[in-house]
Every structure is written in structure tokens, then in C-alpha cells.
Design a protein around this ligand. Structure first.
Ligand code: NDP
Ligand code: MG
Length: 386
């Protein structure tokens, strides 16, 4: 029996995780669920999966959830940051799926690894901000950090059976987002609705905007650096608009191994849950003869400066990636609430990065302090843009 906790169960990855578990054999059991504010959907999930513990972000929503459930259905309930961390280290859990969005993922991921849990990590912001700390802990505790992000799942699958020393390059594919073919002047006029329409993937709002700016790919470069222990010079980003090749690895002898599949997050989610086994997926498979063509191109860093900013932040190291991430979270939320333009997202992130004094090898407190500083500085700078 594999006992699973899902953090962020009401989000895009969280819902798909529950769907995958529903289709898996009975030896997968949900023992804990956590959500932000959507207590109505969490109530439905509790009725269906009967976890022993449920957590919400706020106390008020927790009362609403409590009123909604009858006494037989009600699991142990908790709220807030401490509730989320306690759930991440739930004694009976074997694996914790971290599918909350943004820097919220940092503390529960660290709590889960410290408690010796395997972690299926969708939340890339955690590795961006605190990659060295998380990887040190994973190595110390000898737990498994199982990538859920589709590119990283692909790389992991390509690497299976190979020694890390045989890796020449990691080829990280990117769809290029909805604005790949726009001219710079057209990108100036992009609206929220346009940016929320991703051509290949249905995802939460934050990552959808990150995909449109290519910040998502930049965050993934940093994520790959930590997960696979490669240098930034060993990671190439290649735009592949069809999203069929989810990433590839080039080995020293020149052989390139790629992982392919339809763009469907349920596959990497399932692989992380069933690893090292593969179980039937009950989803449509990839039919090669049904594909018209697979194309590849270089990313345009002038049109999409966020990708360059992320790589620069990764190379600067220390607290800079945490600053990049926090400034980007602020910029994306201001864009989503229609307070700044699409082009102002990288401009804001860049300005915050320029003001930052990097601390190398930071501890968790220094990372969180840099995160708070970047949010405050980003908010202050944004006032001149609104
Ligand atoms: P969503 O915005 O759809 O979901 C976020 C989830 O986190 C929701 O369940 C939300 O709850 C919950 N949440 C937010 N704040 C808190 C909190 N303080 N405490 C507990 N739960 C909280 O995001 P996605 O599912 O799209 O993405 C999740 C993560 O996975 C991100 O880091 C993203 O980068 C990564 N990822 C996503 C992919 C995708 O296809 N969606 C692909 C690869 C990676 P509520 O809704 O109830 O407020
Ligand atoms: Mg991805």
C-alpha cells in the first residue's frame, strides 16, 4: 500500500493527481489533502477519498468546510502554514505530492524531506529558490525527489540506466507559448485573456502566464540544474511547438535519447507515483503516424527576456534565484489583476534583480528574507508602472 498526501489538491496538478490515483489499483490510498481557499471542492474530494487529515490555508474557510461535512465524513482538520507542514510530515504517509503553486511550496517540501518522505515535486519554485538546501537534505535523508514537471520527468526517464558522468547535455524543450510568432510590437499589446490561452496545456493561471513569458522555461532550467546536478552550460533550451518530445538527453558518445508522449500531465504524475514500476494509463496513446511534423527552433531571448533573466539568476546563484522567483510572482499577479502590462513583467523582475545584493550559500532564513525583500521591492517599483 502506498499512502499519498496531496498538497494543492484543488489545483490543476492536484485534481489530475486525484484522477490518476482513482484509476490506479487500490494499493494507492490518499491519506491527506491540502488546499488553499477552495473548501467546496476540498469537501467533495474528502467525501470521495476519505483522507485522515485535511488542511486549508485560512481558518475561516476551515470553519466553512467543517460546517459542510457531517461528523462521519470529517477528517482531522488544520489550517495555515503549520497545518501544511504537519501534513507534509504525516507519519503514515509514504509519498507527498507537492502541487501548491509558488514559494508556498518551500516549507512543506523541506518538512516532507526532513521527515524522510518521498516527494513527487510539481512545484518548481521550491527548487528555484532553495535548490541547494533541498538537494542537500534529499542526499542526507536518502529520500527520493521524483519530478512531476513533464520536462524533468522526461529527462529522468531518459537518464534511467545511465551514469550521470555519461551526460553531455540536457535538451529542455519548450512549446514557445502562445506568442511565439508575434512581433515585439505585438507582444506589447498582449492581454490577460490572450496570455491565459496556452496552445498545448491546461494549467493554473500563474504557470500559464510563466509559459507565455518563457519564465517557466527559465525556472525549469534552474530546476533541471538541481535535479540532475548538471552545470548551466550543459542545459540547452529548444523550442518545440508541438510538445511531443518532452525533453531529451545527449550522451558523451553523441547518442540522444528523447521521451515522447501526448501533452498530458497525468503521465508524469503517474510515473512519479508508480516509480519504479509502470502501470497501465487508460489514456489515449501517441500515434506517430498521426503527427504531421516535429519542429525545433532557438528561443528568441529578445522577445522573451524572462528566459535570459532566469538563466542569469541561476548562474548568479545564492539568493538571486529566490529574488527572481518572488519578483516574478508579484509581477504575474499584478498582470493577472490587469495592473501592469505583459512586457512590464520581465522589466519589473529585471529591476528587482538589479537592486539585489546576492548572498551566496544562503540558509533557509536568508532565502525567505530575500523572497520578502523582492516582493516588497517589486511592489514598490510597480507603483511607477501602474
Ligand atoms: P493551481 O493554481 O492550479 O493550483 C494551486 C494549488 O495550490 C491549489 O490547490 C490551491 O488551492 C493550492 N494552494 C495555494 N495556496 C495554498 C496554501 N497557502 N496552502 C495550501 N494550498 C494552497 O496551480 P497548478 O496546479 O497549475 O501548479 C501547481 C504547481 O505545479 C506550480 O508550482 C506549477 O509551476 C507546477 N506545475 C504545474 C503544471 C501544470 O500543468 N499545471 C505543470 C508543471 C508544473 P485553492 O485553489 O483551493 O486556493
Ligand atoms: Mg514543464
Amino acid at each position: 500500500m502506498k499512502k499519498v498526501v496531496v498538497l494543492g489538491s484543488t489545483g490543476s496538478i492536484g485534481k489530475q493527481t486525484l484522477e490518476v490515483i482513482n484509476g490506479l489499483p487500490e494499493e494507492f490510498k490518499i491519506v491527506g489533502l491540502a488546499a488553499g481557499g477552495n473548501w467546496q471542492l476540498l469537501a467533495e474530494q474528502i467525501r470521495k477519498f476519505r483522507p485522515g487529515v485535511a488542511v486549508l490555508a485560512g481558518e475561516q474557510e476551515l470553519h466553512l468546510l467543517c460546517d459542510e461535512l457531517d461528523s462521519v465524513e470529517t477528517p482531522d482538520l488544520a489550517w495555515g502554514k503549520s497545518g501544511l507542514e504537519d501534513l507534509a510530515r504525516l507519519p503514515q504517509a509514504d509519498i507527498v505530492v507537492v502541487a501548491v503553486s509558488g514559494a508556498t511550496g518551500i516549507y512543506p517540501t523541506i518538512a516532507a524531506v526532513r521527515a524522510g518522505k518521498d516527494v513527487a515535486l510539481a512545484n518548481k519554485e521550491t527548487l528555484v529558490a532553495a535548490g541547494h538546501l533541498v538537494m542537500d537534505l534529499v542526499n542526507q535523508k536518502k529520500t527520493a525527489l521524483l519530478p512531476v514537471d513533464s520536462e524533468h520527468s522526461a529527462i529522468w526517464q531518459c537518464l534511467t540506466g545511465h551514469d550521470k558522468s555519461a551526460v553531455q547535455k540536457i535538451i529542455l524543450t519548450a512549446s514557445g507559448g502562445p506568442f511565439r510568432n508575434l512581433r515585439i510590437e505585438e507582444i506589447e499589446k498582449v492581454t490577460v485573456d490572450m496570455a491565459l490561452c496556452h496552445p498545448n496545456w491546461q494549467m493554473g493561471n500563474k504557470i500559464t502566464i510563466d509559459s507565455a513569458t518563457l519564465m517557466n522555461k527559465g525556472l525549469e532550467v534552474i530546476e533541471a540544474r538541481w535535479l540532475f546536478g548538471v552545470s548551466y552550460d550543459q542545459i540547452d533550451v529548444v523550442v518545440h511547438p508541438q510538445s511531443i518530445i518532452h525533453s531529451a538527453v545527449e550522451f558523451l558518445d553523441g547518442s540522444v535519447i528523447a521521451q515522447m508522449g501526448l501533452p498530458d500531465m497525468r503521465l508524469p504524475i503517474q510515473y512519479a507515483l508508480t516509480y519504479p514500476e509502470r502501470l497501465p494509463g487508460n489514456r489515449p496513446g501517441l500515434k506517430l503516424t498521426g503527427l504531421q511534423s516535429l519542429t525545433f527552433e532557438e528561443p528568441d531571448l529578445n522577445k522573451f527576456p524572462s528566459l535570459r533573466l532566469a538563466i542569469d539568476a541561476g548562474k548568479a546563484g545564492g539568493t538571486m534565484p529566490a529574488v527572481l522567483n518572488a519578483a516574478n510572482e508579484i509581477a504575474v499577479s499584478l498582470f493577472l489583476t490587469r495592473k501592469i502590462s505583459f512586457r512590464a513583467i520581465p522589466a519589473l523582475v529585471s529591476e528587482v534583480m538589479e537592486k539585489h545584493q546576492v548572498i551566496s550559500r544562503p540558509g533557509l532564513e536568508e532565502i525567505m528574507k530575500a523572497d520578502r525583500w523582492a516582493r516588497e521591492t517589486g511592489t514598490e517599483i510597480s507603483k511607477s508602472l501602474i
